[in-house]
Design a protein around this ligand. Structure first.
Ligand code: B12
Ligand code: SF4
Ligand code: SF4
Length: 386
């Protein structure tokens, strides 16, 4: 009787030295490499995909509604947003990647820290190394691995015989990153406007590798928000003004990271002790029960930033701020704006005489904007003293 056992794959490879039969094999190989580099997933779409032109009307409506505060860069480069191929001459395909960032800390998870009013809450993506660098260096490694394979893909209709062009991006160019990841099947757009999926929730960042290979598009996944409105209901500043509609200039992430100068008093109590970014609409989302911890050490919290008191950070000199935020996204907000955010947090903390003393110690040292927030915080503290 003949042996009907199929040959194992290594035996198959020795019979067929080039196992790439079509573009799907190429995509499968690239995906394996992406996962090995620490990406949680990847998807493929062409630079001419209709999603880009479709997004333009939504962007124009959002700009016309004036929801963008000081995010003036959103008004620029609309030609490149609509035609991302203009960003990288010769590019044909965008590999959209996502990277989980919840830190795999040996300490207990700090999901409860909104209930620790004397602590400074820093958004989870920002507690370790700046993800932009981590993301782009790994995307470059992915491109280099791909380049070594081009000779094996010459017989396929994937443009492998043309000069190889690539460029990595992550939050670094006028690209509709979330809509393209949605179109490439990495998840669906939640009512909070972030991308999420059933396997790992939304605690991930996005990046793209543009390249000259021509690979077929992936398909979007089905949305699973259903009748849930938890993210809309929990938002402390009511920045999610309707499903999929974010008034960015009311979002705590915008106010504490992007906004320079005075923060409108109407938002200060709602900001609470969130001193850099905000995770509330994600923490409440039921799909984040499935959020995965990151395999990447870069996201481990540095300098105890997942467990610091407001008052400890308030004591940082500018030099300490610069030293401790080296390579961190927190640098972005600048020392004075960071103190401004901390002043709001201390104002919102339970009253102590030490809080008043600490606030007063900085009055008159770093300009009118900070002074105005300090005075507000002292008034808030005194209101709670009696
Ligand atoms: C500007 C910006 C911000 C602004 C505005 C956010 C926003 N939602 O627009 C501020 C500073 C507030 C912000 C905050 C945050 N951000 Co941000 N941000 C960006 C940035 C640079 C551009 C986003 C953009 O184009 N906004 C413009 C508006 C018009 O786009 P939109 O909300 O997608 O609007 C569309 C929808 O409303 C859609 N629409 C309307 N109706 C409907 C209906 C349906 C069914 C659908 C599907 C769509 C839809 O049409 C609109 C037009 O396109 C991207 C990076 C990038 N280059 O893409 C990161 C990005 C979106 N941010 C990111 C992150 C992590 C955050 C924060 C979580 C950080 C934090 N912890 O503090 C918060 C989350 C706040 C929130 N709920 O969105 C990640 C999101 C990752 C993910 N899982 O999706 C990104 C992709 C950066 C990255 N490379 O990873 N961000
Ligand atoms: S990040 Fe915070 S403030 Fe911004 S939409 Fe989400 S819950 Fe609201
Ligand atoms: S909280 Fe509910 S509505 Fe919001 S993104 Fe998650 S599932 Fe969707």
């Amino acid at each position: 009787m003949p042996d009907s056992t199929p040959p194992d794959s290594s035996a198959f490879r020795s019979l067929n030295p080039n196992p790439f039969n079509d573009a799907q094999d190429v995509k499968n190989w690239i995906r394996e490499q992406a996962l090995a580099l620490g990406f949680a997933d990847c998807g493929f779409i062409g630079v001419n995909h209709p999603v880009f032109s479709q997004q333009m009307q939504g962007l124009r409506d959002w700009l016309a509604a004036g929801h963008y505060g000081q995010l003036n860069f959103m008004e620029l480069n609309h030609d490149k947003r609509a035609n991302p191929g203009l960003l990288v001459e010769g590019s044909r395909t965008i590999i959209s990647v996502r990277m989980d960032y919840l830190e795999a800390t040996p300490k207990p998870r700090r999901i409860e820290d909104n209930h620790r009013p004397n602590h400074a809450i820093i958004a989870r993506y920002a507690r370790g190394r700046d993800y932009h660098k981590t993301m782009r260096s790994r995307l470059k490694q992915l491109a280099q691995k791909i380049e070594t394979m081009l000779p094996q893909w010459q017989h396929l209709d994937v443009n492998a015989d043309q000069p190889f062009v690539f460029r990595p991006f992550s939050d670094s160019a006028p690209i509709f990153e979330r809509p393209l990841a949605d179109a490439a099947g990495l998840g669906w757009t939640g009512k909070h406007t972030l991308l999420l999926n059933k396997q790992s929730g939304s605690f991930f960042v996005l990046g793209e590798l543009f390249l000259s290979l021509a690979l077929p598009d992936d398909s979007p996944v089905t949305a699973h928000c259903g009748s849930c409105t938890a993210c809309i209901d929990i938002c402390p500043t009511k920045a999610i003004i309707g499903p999929y509609k974010l008034k960015a200039d009311a979002c705590i992430s915008y106010l504490t990271i992007e906004h320079d100068g005075v923060i409108d008093e109407k938002y200060r109590r709602a900001i609470g002790n969130r001193v850099f970014g905000c995770d509330d609409c994600q923490l409440i989302c039921p799909w984040n029960r499935y959020a995965k911890l990151s395999p990447i050490d870069d996201f481990l919290a540095r300098h105890n930033l997942d467990d610091s008191l407001l008052i400890e950070l308030w004591q940082w000199s500018e030099q300490i701020f610069l030293d401790k935020t080296q390579g961190s996204p927190i640098r972005r907000t600048g020392y004075v704006n960071f103190l401004r955010n901390l002043a709001i947090g201390i104002g919102n903390a339970p009253y102590t005489a030490d809080n008043i003393t600490a606030l007063e110690s900085r009055l008159g040292t770093l300009g009118d904007v900070l002074d105005e927030h300090i005075r507000w915080a002292i008034t808030e503290q005194l209101t709670k003293a009696n």
